[in-house]
Design a protein around this ligand. Structure first.
Ligand code: PLP
Length: 454
């Protein structure tokens, strides 16, 4: 048994963390999470935290689900691994593919597996370019994405994403990716502009990007139905229908990244269904297994699938762990829990609306809150210095870190991204868990305000 101090020393000496400033990590000391149950995580010192982020937007069925551990154990004993290359498969990816075809939007029936959302977006990028080459239009290669988008950390994922720091640091972007405006009304709408008009204008910036590149050169548009890591940016209702119209007009494929929104978060299996979007590809990962195993599934619509199957020959692409039997067994058990416990209906009809009401009533009026927005069980709280003018505190996101640290100290795990606090809890949250979260966040906001206005 290692003490916290020993683990922190070893961690500082050997472990490079994702998205971490290591000097900062060493100064603060790594927080070691050792166990979890239901909606709570516990650190090595026994502190209990309500997990407002479901890990990283993934533990939709909550922690401590023995059914998932048992599904993994049973599969590991029977057959821990075999690949799905060279005309082989194991049973679980076969059965999971049928299940995904059943719950996916109409016209989406084929599945390609990987281990992460990033890999899945790489696959999607290669697949749409492959599709256009097979259709005799190899010049259609350009992908239109958006600023503030997050599509993963591989070279292609970082390139598809719209975060400037990721482009300048990591050898990205790969050629042929352009970025339009984010549908972020809180900062980008014009004085007096209606929500509807803002949504249309944000979508038209995608059209502008297509026209600038030349529609004959554009393969696809990629977008998260609701931008997640970019700050839970929920587009106005006018946005997606306009994007859909533009994609159809210029024969540009529509790639949806549902790595966060997939498997119930917005109150439907997929946000495509709750928002009425008809995509050609859907990237999913995270909650497919509720994070209990690494697994991603790229759902491929009939248009692309039929061309690739009929004309494509071999698609030179795949991962050792594509269709991993243990991960797929866990995914099947996870989807069964979501279905049996009615978690999606609960988000749609009960906890989603209650989450909105509670956050609006308890937090929206707070002195440093500029806006609260939610969809399903996903939410954002904008931190501002001045509620009226929406002026931010100085320090580029430093104020949100103050809020986050007070929240954690008060038993509430939530995340700060830029000047926005974000929430994406497990779908097992009840009304009383929501009340508990709202109390703890309200307290953190009070303490943060006192610090920030000193
Ligand atoms: N796409 C979106 C929308 C995401 O939020 C993420 C991860 O947070 C990814 C892709 C990348 O997934 P992964 O971290 O599994 O590679």
């Amino acid at each position: 048994n290692f003490s916290l101090k020993q683990l922190q020393e070893i961690d500082g000496a050997h472990h490079l963390h994702p998205f971490t400033d290591h000097k900062d990590l060493r100064a603060a000391g790594t927080r070691i999470i050792t166990r979890a149950d239901g909606p709570f995580i516990y650190d090595s010192e026994g502190n209990e935290l309500l997990d407002g982020m479901a890990g990283l937007w993934c533990v939709n069925v909550g922690y401590g689900r023995h059914e998932l551990a048992e599904a993994a154990y049973a599969q590991m004993k029977e057959l821990p691994y075999y690949n799905s290359f060279f005309r082989c498969s194991t049973p679980t990816p076969v059965l999971l593919s049928r299940k995904l075809a059943e719950i996916a939007p109409a016209g989406v029936k084929q599945v390609f597996y990987g281990s992460s959302g990033s890999e899945s977006n790489d696959t999607a990028l290669r697949l749409v370019r492959h599709y256009w080459a097979l259709e005799g239009k190899p010049e259609k290669t350009i992908i239109v994405s958006r600023r503030s988008a997050y599509h993963g950390s591989t070279v292609a994922g970082a390139s598809l994403g719209g975060m400037a720091a990721m482009h300048s640091q990591l050898g990205a972007p790969v050629p042929g990716i352009v970025h339009a405006m984010a549908p972020y009304a809180f900062e980008l709408s014009l004085p007096g502009e209606s929500e509807h008009d803002f949504g249309v204008r944000a979508a038209r910036s995608v059209e502008d990007a297509i026209l600038e590149a030349g529609p004959q050169n554009v393969a696809a548009f990629i977008g998260e139905p609701v931008m997640g890591a970019g700050g839970v940016k929920i587009p106005p209702a006018s946005y997606w229908p306009e994007i859909q119209r533009i994609c159809r007009k210029y024969d540009v494929l529509l790639m949806l990244d549902e790595v966060i929104t997939g498997y119930g978060r917005t109150g439907a299996w997929f946000a495509a269904q709750s928002m009425g979007i008809e995509p050609d590809t859907i990237t999913t990962a995270k909650a497919l297994t509720s994070g209990y195993q690494p697994l991603s599934a790229l759902l491929v619509g009939d248009r692309i699938a039929s061309t690739v199957i009929e004309k494509g020959g071999e698609f030179y692409h795949g991962y050792t762990y594509s269709g991993h039997p243990v991960a797929c067994a866990v995914a099947l058990a996870n989807l069964e829990i979501i279905e049996k416990e009615g978690l999606i209906e609960r988000v749609r009809d009960d906890t989603g609306p209650y989450f909105r009401k509670s956050l609006m009533e308890r937090l929206a009026g707070h002195g440093i809150v500029g806006e609260v927005r939610t969809i399903g069980l996903m939410g954002a709280i904008e931190i501002v210095k001045d509620k009226e003018t929406r002026e931010r505190f100085p320090g580029d996101g430093a104020a949100a870190v103050v809020v986050r640290d007070h929240a954690i100290a008060n038993g509430m795990m939530l995340r700060a991204t830029g000047d926005t606090m974000i929430l994406s809890p497990p779908l097992i949250w009840t009304r009383s868990t929501i009340d508990m979260a709202a109390d703890r966040i309200a307290k953190a906001l009070d303490l943060a305000e006192a610090d920030l206005r000193k």
